[in-house]
Design a protein around this ligand. Structure first.
Ligand SMILES: Cc1cc2nc3c(=O)[nH]c(=O)nc-3n(C[C@H](O)[C@H](O)[C@H](O)COP(=O)(O)OP(=O)(O)OC[C@H]3O[C@@H](n4cnc5c(N)ncnc54)[C@H](O)[C@@H]3O)c2cc1C
Length: 395
């Protein structure tokens, strides 16, 4: 005999817990089924242990999806201000790091505790180390039946909040996609996002020993650009500018870097030529970027000589190269290190206001399993909170 609930949520991550507590507060009997030994592992890991829990500047433009309109309704109905209100009610101290990114002052653990406290107050039952063996859909008042390691459960509403493929060691699985397919939904192709890029061949050899060097760049690809730090790694490049652009890059795509962001390169080089005619290019560039990187550029890619020896066309060419430096990435570090997974359950078959399946009444998909992926900077949690809340209000 299956134990009956009003709502069963599979996945005790950010979106699943938000959905559960919202539904619980509305008087629903809610069960959360989590296969890992604790809930919210990604929340705990996030933001270097301080969870970048939202971004005050969140707009639909900060998300990638085959349907860019899909996220609008949920984001409008549960905003960063709503989550901040919850955080403040739990007296969790936070600060803005940069660009609207809010982090806990002390620890991500406080965010998980807050969500669990809210769940407990709302009477939500949370089962950890509970793997799901089968999900069946039948007839009657509670058509969704789950066979799990803790027995059988049934409910009229089932919420899939299993997240996506990034970082399998934190409990990530493709289970949500399997369930989606089981229920006749299409899953758009997935790939790693917010992920370091790898270089190969000469490019990699020429930069590998600079591993650890960081410099400001503007990274551009497929009509998008992000200005922030780039970090050179043993295998390629990382850092916020690269992580952001990685979500817009696919093998073979043209990726360009402005190595003098914030400067009008030609005007800056001309000024340097006038002010310090005897200084070599590598010395001049070292004022705008780390010395070792400037030296390497001049050794391998640019001709290094005293500034006064550059002709006007040469200076123009130099400016063009520095502002439009081609970076030939060979691939990404993959799901092992990616913060998010692009693609997922096709939004065409889901309601944008309730996250409910248009194919199977009572079935909802929330969070990262859906084809909505945010930029780096707190946007992905905001989507998890907002989509979880939207479903929680509907189930
Ligand atoms: C290292 C790292 C740092 C990050 N930092 C940030 C950040 O600072 N800010 C930000 O906005 N975003 C960040 N992200 C992204 C963010 O963590 C995710 O977008 C967000 O957690 C997605 O929420 P979710 O609830 O959809 O999925 P998840 O949080 O991944 O939760 C899914 C849950 O489902 C469980 N599950 C999976 N399969 C099953 C199954 N078969 N049965 C039962 N349970 C299952 C998982 O164990 C997990 O607990 C980070 C991601 C990573 C990997």
């Amino acid at each position: 005999m299956a134990e009956a609930y009003d709502v069963i949520v599979i996945g005790g991550g950010a979106a699943g817990l938000m959905c559960a507590l919202t539904a619980g507060q509305r008087g629903r009997r809610v069960l959360v089924v989590e296969h890992a030994n604790r809930v919210g592992k990604k929340i705990l890991m996030s933001g270097g242990g301080r969870c970048n829990f939202t971004n005050t500047g969140t707009t639909p433009a900060n998300f990638l999806s085959a349907n860019p309109h899909y996220c609008k309704s949920a984001l409008a109905r549960y905003t960063p201000a709503d989550f901040i209100e919850l955080v403040e009610r739990h007296r969790i101290a936070y600060h803005e790091k940069e660009l609207g990114q809010l982090f806990c002052d002390v620890s991500s653990k406080l965010i998980v505790k807050m969500l669990l406290d809210e769940c407990a107050d709302a009477g939500v039952r949370v089962e950890t180390s509970c793997s799901v063996e089968r999900v069946l859909h039948g007839e009657g008042e509670a058509p969704f039946r789950l066979h799990t390691a803790r027995g059988a459960f049934a409910a009229p509403r089932l919420v899939i909040a299993t997240g996506a493929l990034s970082i399998p060691s934190l409990g990530a699985t493709g289970f949500g996609y399997e369930l989606a397919r089981q229920f006749g939904h299409s899953v758009l192709p997935t790939r790693a996002g917010l992920v370091p890029l790898t270089l190969s061949g000469k490019h990699q050899e020429r930069l590998a020993d600079l591993s650890g060097v960081a410099l400001p760049v503007t990274a551009r690809c497929n009509g998008r650009s992000f200005s922030n730090q780039m970090l050179i790694t043993h295998r390629g490049v990382s850092g916020p500018a690269i992580l952001q652009i990685s979500s817009y890059w696919q093998p073979g795509d043209d990726l360009r870097l402005d190595l003098l962001p914030g400067h009008e390169a030609i005007a800056w080089l001309r000024a340097q030529q006038l002010e310090r005619p005897a200084a070599e290019l590598k010395t001049v560039l070292a004022d705008a970027m780390p010395k070792r990187f400037a030296q390497r550029l001049c050794e391998l890619w640019l001709s290094n000589k005293p500034m006064k020896q550059y002709t006007a066309p040469e200076l123009k060419q130099l400016a063009a190269t520095l502002q439009d430096w081609p970076l030939t990435a060979s691939g990404t570090e993959g799901y092992r290190t990616a913060e998010v997974t692009l693609g997922g359950v096709d939004t065409d078959e889901l309601s944008s206001s309730t996250m409910e399946s248009r194919r199977v009444p009572g079935l909802h998909f929330v969070g990262e399993v859906v084809d909505v992926t945010g930029w780096l900077g707190g946007y992905n949690f905001q989507w998890a909170w907002a989509s979880g809340h939207a479903a929680g209000m509907a189930v």
